[in-house]
Design a binder for this molecule. Structure first.
Ligand SMILES: Cc1cc2nc3c(=O)[nH]c(=O)nc-3n(C[C@H](O)[C@H](O)[C@H](O)COP(=O)(O)O)c2cc1C
Length: 274
C-alpha cells in the first residue's frame, strides 16, 4: 500500500509535491506523469503533511491526513510584520495572577495550539503534564525550596547567582516567588533517549507562551521549578512522569491580574555576518 493517493483527475502534474517533500520520496518520472512514491519511501516518510499542504489542487491524500481534513490556509488571517513585531514585543512574563482557576478545556485548547510547533524529524515527542490542583502545586513547590536549601549548602556560588537565599526566605514567609502565586504549572516532558525531545519541548513551550494571551491567559517560564524537576530526585519521584522521561520546560499559567501598557526596551541584537 502506498502512503499517498493522488487523484489523477485533480492532479495538474506540476511536481510541487515532489519538490516540497523533505525526504525526497515522491518522484515524477516524466514531466506529464502523475507523481508517485519511490520504492521503500514508506520507511522514510516523516508524515509532515507537506505534500498534502502544498498541493494547490487538493489532489493528494496522505494516509495519515486526507486533503479534505486539513484546514485551508486563510491568508487574510495571517499578520503582517508590524503586527507580528508588536505582538512579539508585547509578550510579557506575568508574575501576578488573579486568584482564579483556569478551566481545563481552556488549558487543553492552549496546549492544542502549542502542539503544532516544529520538532526534529517531525517526531512530535512532546508530552504535557498540567499541575492543575493548587495543593498539589504547593507540595511540588516545597520540593523546589528543598532543592534550593540543598544548593545553598552544597553549591553556594551557583545558589548565590540565582538569589536562592532570598527565594527560600520568601517561601518560608509564605510568599511564593518560585511560581509567583500562579494557580497552575504546565510541564513539557519527553523521552530522554529521544534526541529531539529537549529542543521540541522548549520550542513547543515557547509557542504556548506566545499563544496564551489570545486565550486571555498570562504565563511565565518557571525556571526554578523546571531545574528542580530535572535535578532534585525527591521532586522527580513525586512528579512520577513515565519511565525514561525528563522535564524540559515548565510554565506558570493563570489569569493575569494587571495589563501592561508599554513595550519595555531590550538590548540591540548583536549580529555578525559572513
Ligand atoms: C528559561 C527561562 C526561565 C525563567 N524562569 C523564571 C522564573 O523562575 N521566575 C520568574 O519570575 N521569571 C522567570 N523567567 C522570566 C524572565 O525573567 C523574563 O523572561 C525576563 O525578565 C524578560 O521579561 P519578559 O519575559 O517580560 O520580556 C524565565 C525566563 C526564561 C526564558
Amino acid at each position: 500500500m502506498s502512503l499517498i493517493a493522488i487523484d489523477e483527475e485533480k492532479c495538474k502534474k506540476d511536481g510541487i509535491c515532489t519538490r516540497v517533500c523533505p525526504v525526497g520520496i515522491i518522484e515524477q518520472v516524466e514531466e506529464d506523469a502523475v507523481p508517485r512514491m519511490v520504492q521503500e519511501g514508506e520507511e522514510l516518510c516523516i508524515a509532515c503533511g507537506h505534500c498534502v499542504a502544498a498541493c494547490p489542487h487538493g489532489a493528494l491524500d496522505h494516509y495519515r491526513m486526507k486533503s479534505a481534513e486539513c484546514t485551508p490556509v486563510e491568508p487574510e488571517k495571517l499578520p503582517g510584520p508590524d503586527t507580528v513585531e508588536h505582538f512579539l514585543r508585547s509578550r510579557r512574563s506575568v508574575r501576578t495572577y488573579k486568584d482564579r482557576t483556569v478551566e481545563k478545556d481552556r488549558i487543553e485548547n492552549l496546549i492544542q495550539s502549542a502542539s503544532h510547533a516544529p520538532s526534529g524529524h517531525n517526531r512530535q515527542p512532546v508530552h504535557w503534564h498540567v499541575i492543575h490542583n493548587r495543593d498539589r502545586l504547593d507540595a511540588l513547590i516545597s520540593h523546589v525550596a528543598d532543592w534550593m536549601r540543598y544548593m545553598i549548602a552544597e553549591q553556594p556560588e551557583a545558589a548565590r547567582m540565582m538569589n536562592m537565599e532570598r527565594v527560600v526566605a520568601a517561601h518560608e514567609a509564605g510568599i511564593d516567588t518560585i511560581c509567583r502565586g500562579a494557580p497552575h504549572v504546565i510541564l513539557a516532558h519527553g523521552l530522554k533517549q529521544d534526541q529531539t525531545s529537549h529542543a521540541a519541548c522548549i520550542i513547543a513551550m515557547a509557542h504556548l507562551d506566545l499563544a496564551a494571551p489570545s486565550f486571555g491567559l498570562g504565563t511565565c517560564w518557571a525556571g526554578f521549578f523546571n531545574a528542580a524537576a530535572m535535578f532534585w530526585p525527591p521532586m522527580k519521584e513525586d512528579l512520577a512522569l513515565p519511565g525514561g522521561h525528563e522535564t524540559y520546560a515548565a510554565m506558570m499559567v493563570g489569569y493575569p491580574k494587571y495589563r501592561y501598557h508599554r513595550l519595555p526596551l531590550r538590548k540591540t541584537p548583536e549580529i555578525s555576518w559572513s
